[in-house]
Design a protein around this ligand. Sequence first.
Ligand code: SAM
Length: 485
Amino acid sequence: MAIYDPKSLRAEDFINDEEIKATLAYAEENKNNLELINQILEKARPQKTANGHVCAGLTHREASVLLACDIPEIVEKIYKIAEEIKLAFYGNRIVLFAPLYLSNYCVNGCVYCPYHYKNKHIPRKKLTQEEVKAEVIALQDMGHKRLAIESGEDPVNNPIEYILDCIKTIYSVHHKNGDIRRVNVNIAATTVENYKKLKEAGIGTYILFQETYHKESYEKLHPTGPKHNYAYHTEAMDRAMEGGIDDVGLGVLFGLELYKYEFAGLIMHAEHLEAVHGVGPHTISVPRIKKADDIDPNVFDNSISDEIFAKITACIRLAVPYTGLIISTRESEKVRSKLLKLGVSQVSGGSRTSVGGYAGYTPEERPHDTEQFDVSDQRSLDEVVRWLINNGHIPSFCTACYREGRTGDRFMSLCKSGQILNCCHPNALMTLSEYLEDYASKETKEAGYKMIEEELKKIPKDKVRQIATDNIRDIRNSNRRDFRF
Ligand code: SAM
């Protein structure tokens, strides 16, 4: 029998069904218990220290009480604290990235994904290395420096060697002043040996969405293929960490199961990683099911409103304060605008979710044949960058941390003591300047430099401010690039 134990390496112990159900009952019982709720909010609030801030985070039980609470004033307080936490640890910078789809060959039967093997009316496509190169040039020409590679699971068509070749190709392309400096990887759960190979290939974060933490539903939603195995999938992050990857990214596909169950499972997964490996998830993503080729999102009856979605995002921010929180172009500009104020720290921009969707297309053209799902936010990267600037967020193309060895617990301890802000903020400004010089429209460039001028004044240390100012002058007057703290 499974017994709840966050330190166990067995999926059914650390994502324990009984503990989740008990958590939901506890949250329901206490959702109007103002004394308890105020205590939890106080615990979540960032505390000032000599070096910056610290944040206690919340347990899955505490965070579930907040999620269950419907009192409008409390929800407003949760939103406010979510924003305070984001600003305390990451400042007003938002990191940008784009997905790169390598292959839609897939042997799994996931019922929400159009790449499922039974779908015979979509073309199956796998990029050659030449095509990868063309995609990377197109992405560099947009201004991207950070990618998330995506692939279906197919040991014959997309073996690990193929993924490794693609990573090598991506890092090797240097077009004009462009380069991809961080490749995050979103591929199916695999072996410790393969995770070691990904680590050696120099990947950033290994991302794997759990889809749902509810075992029974998981097995129904993944009726066939290797992904059917709940334990193998749920224990993947432990294998990734055993393989030496210390930045891992969690996520739930919201809409598949009851959101309160998923939320508790997600926070328990983060607690498990912290308990076993001493470091929580590097990122958490919050995708919602979207319409896709033969997929109708209305078939899944657990869809959530924009309001609930916002509350989930803010409660994740309070529970796991040091984690990067990612929102993709699955969401509209309107939803993304709201979530940016609730603790989100990374967004994608100018995304294409089809295999070979970037090269050879104008910004208005959008190939649909191999698309994984409909993209709601269809703006160009330049428009997204300008939108961020106009809303007071610094668009950042920074990839410094992992290239300086600030990963895993090193990143977390720097982040926890408020030190990331001393690197993040100037790095955001320098990489924004690169973007403005090399890729931005006139309007974005003007708005961007106005922001940089104001933001440089806010750097507290004279020496850091001087170096950042000098580097930005160099970026503007020469082809020197890739400065970082
Ligand atoms: N094949 C890999 C796997 O199984 O984890 C890689 C990732 S897949 C390309 C990326 C993610 O897209 C999935 O983990 C899933 O959560 C999400 N996804 C699949 N179908 C979707 C849909 N219809 N709408 C929104 N997201 C979807």
